[in-house]
Design a protein around this ligand. Structure first.
Ligand code: IVH
Length: 666
């Protein structure tokens, strides 16, 4: 082993790091990479004079700084003008007569701008933007970002290379970081930019090294001039040097074509692993850039097209106590309506009183409200205020709906009156009719309250028993809405097992778990009969969820309710039915003793059979219990085979017999 071999190992390590971090395409396993780094460290121990500053062992260096150091930028760091509509964006390029010039479209990361200098290919200095003229030295912190090479991957680096870009934190990493902050009773970061800035500008680089910082670069200067033949080429050169460049950059023919990029990226926004607050369009041609020049602050050849904001300021009007469908008590803030990212928000859950105390949220406060994609809106923090504030909200001792004494289990407060609490009933029914559950339209909170107050509904099944006359007698419900509700109620009987399981409102059984259960059991009876062992044997179902399910299935009335619904016509299209009886039609009559009529009906339907109420020429079998009357007579007159209760129970064990040999069954 000589020094050249050592240098080769460094090169190899960087190649692997680049493939892993910048191309999402690991060339070796993590173990192999770690072993390589250990080998490098072993050699460095033996030959401490060989150690190079760009060795992977040298990412975290030196002792903490005393205070921050300010350094001027070689080239000032400008910011971008903003457009909020595509018209504004087109106008901007028209003003510089650049609306027919090719543009590079990039994502605008919500992070912290950084300028990094490489001298003779070796990372030399990193500065934050600061005021654009003077930045803060964060070299030791930047070195800890593993996707950033400490040495450019080229044999002939220009003397001075400056690359600029954005330091950011992935959404999932921010989530974890905030969990960690909570655990340590430290304040959370309101957004990825704050988290990135706070993590990068640490005096102790060891702290930065523990933070999940990443960087994407979007600007290249070689010896103080823009690098490459044009901007798009600059991105390619940076990639070639193994610098991290965002993969979503694209070149388009002109400003008008940039709109389709906007539409595409706006759709992708939520699914990207990092937060973007807009797009950046840059004229690719350097001569055109030079000609257009700068205003006081901004280039005339590049602009940010911002997405609608996701954080807004509004005021808390009141804080009320909500009782959930499982009795959980949640403080909820009513807000002065505010539009966040295109959606008007009037209420946000404050989750629990610990959260209210931690964020010190009170009525009348001005607050930041955040909404990201499908994520439920939340209060990020309270704005400082000079005027007197209201007192903090008080934890309730009794249920605001039924006045039952509340139970406290750590941060959880619960109303134990599961059967009698009107608020829980309301929420249960609201859940049952909701879109992802039985999807019954037209039954909003006001109607539910009326139904409960008038004792028309006690449980969800009661919805199916309300007549048209009763619906239309409800205050403010005309005949037309009554008709629509009735239709929607009826239509909901053609459902899916997953919807029904979800609609039951079992604690912790959301749509995903409901789907797992529906797929696993295939029909409601099997689900209902599942034991604890059956349940926890299913992947994704732990003992707690299993316990909640068993709490539900231990009540036989719940199975009766299901059979009742089946007799009213409830059918599931996703049921794992064998379909072996799908060519047959049955009628059940008379008094049965072993199974209820609903159970037999459900069992037949689960095999794909049709169950009718009247005997006709098309009837394949009549199932007759005791004291069967006119239906039995009619079936006999039509020569339709008749089965006793015992016989059908036996035959259902081998349904093929019903299809193949109708005449030989007696
Ligand atoms: S170009 C002279 N490109 O947005 C052009 N900026 O005000 C300088 N940003 O300070 C910036 N993504 O922190 C550029 N793809 C991108 C960007 C980007 C994010 C940030 C950067 C800049 C601010 C614009």
């Amino acid at each position: 082993m000589d020094r050249t071999d050592y240098i080769e190992l460094l090169k190899e390590a960087q190649k692997y790091a680049d493939a892993y971090h910048n191309n999402d395409h690991p060339l070796v396993t993590d173990d192999t990479y770690d072993a390589l780094v250990r080998e490098i460290q072993r050699i460095e121990k033996l030959h401490d004079d060989w150690v190079l500053p760009y060795s992977p062992s040298q990412r975290v260096q030196g002792s903490p700084r005393e205070k921050s150091v300010k350094i001027p930028h070689h080239i000032p760091m400008r910011s971008l003008d903003n457009a909020f509509t595509s018209d504004e964006m087109i106008e901007f390029f028209k003003r510089s007569e650049l609306d027919h010039t090719p543009l590079v479209c990039e994502v605008k990361l919500d992070g912290l701008a950084i300028s990094i200098e490489y001298i003779d290919g070796i990372l030399h200095q990193a500065l934050t933007r600061g005021d654009g003229e003077i930045g803060e030295d964060v070299t030791s912190n930047i070195r800890t970002i593993r996707s950033l090479p400490l040495k450019l991957a080229t044999e002939s680096p220009p003397h001075r290379v400056i690359v600029r870009g954005e330091v950011y934190i992935k959404k999932s990493d921010l989530h974890q970081l905030n969990q960690e902050q909570r655990r340590k009773s430290l304040p959370e970061f309101a957004n990825p930019r704050n988290a990135a800035a706070g993590s990068l500008r640490q005096l102790d680089a060891k702290v930065s090294a523990e933070r999940p910082l990443r960087v994407f670069l979007y600007q290249l200067f070689i010896d103080s001039q823009p690098g490459g033949v044009d901007h798009f080429d600059a991105l390619a050169i940076m990639r070639k040097w193994q610098l991290p460049v965002n993969p979503l950059s694209e070149k388009v023919d002109d400003a008008y074509k940039a709109n389709s990029y906007y539409d595409r990226l706006a759709k992708m926004r939520d699914s990207l692993p990092y937060e973007i607050d807009g797009l950046v369009y840059k004229v690719s041609d350097y001569n055109a850039q030079l000609e257009a020049g700068f205003t006081q602050k901004h280039p005339r050849w590049a602009i940010a097209h911002k997405f609608p904001a996701r954080t807004e300021v509004t005021q808390i009007e009141t804080i009320t106590i909500q009782v959930g469908r499982t009795g959980v008590i949640t403080p909820v803030a009513t807000l002065k309506p505010v539009n966040v990212g295109g959606v008007t928000i009037t209420h946000v859950s404050l989750h629990n009183f610990e959260e209210v105390t931690r964020k010190d949220i009170r009525e009348g406060d001005s607050v930041y409200v955040r909404r990201a994609g499908d994520v439920i809106p939340e209060i990020v923090s309270v704005l400082p205020s000079n005027s007197a504030r209201n007192a903090p909200p008080v934890k309730p001792l009794r249920c605001p709906s039924c006045n039952t004494e509340l139970e406290y289990e750590q941060t959880l407060i619960r109303c134990p009156n599961t059967k009698g609490c009107p608020a829980q009933k309301e929420r249960m029914i609201a859940h049952f009719v909701s879109r992802k559950a039985m999807n019954i339209e037209g039954i909003g909170p006001n109607i539910i309250q009326l139904l409960i107050a008038n004792k028309l509904v006690d449980q969800p099944i009661d919805l199916y028993r309300i007549s048209k006359a009763t619906w239309s007698e409800l205050p403010r419900l005309g005949e037309k809405s009554a008709d629509n509700i009735l239709l929607s109620v009826q239509a909901s009987l053609n459902s899916q097992l997953v919807r029904y399981i979800y609609a039951l409102g079992i604690r912790e059984v959301g749509v995903t778990i409901a789907k797992t259960l529906a797929d696993h059991f295939g029909d409601f009876e099997s689900f209902f009969a599942a034991s604890e062992e059956d349940l926890i044997a299913i992947h994704d179902i732990g003992p707690t969820v299993a316990e909640h399910i068993l709490n539900y299935t231990k009540e036989p009335t719940h199975l009766e309710t299901y059979h009742h619904l089946v007799s009213m016509g409830l059918q599931f299209t996703d049921e794992k039915s064998s379909n072996d009886l799908n060519s047959l039609q049955f009628v059940v009559t008379g008094k049965l003793s072993k199974m209820t009529r609903d159970e037999i009906t459900a069992a037949l339907r689960s095999h794909g059979a049709i169950v009718n109420s009247q005997v006709s020429k098309k009837t394949s079998y009549l199932i007759a219990g005791e004291n069967a009357g006119s239906k039995l007579a009619r079936a006999k007159s039509l020569n339709i085979p008749i089965l006793s209760e015992d016989k059908i129970i036996e035959l259902l064990k081998n349904p093929a017999l019903l299809v193949n040999a109708p005449s030989s069954l007696d």
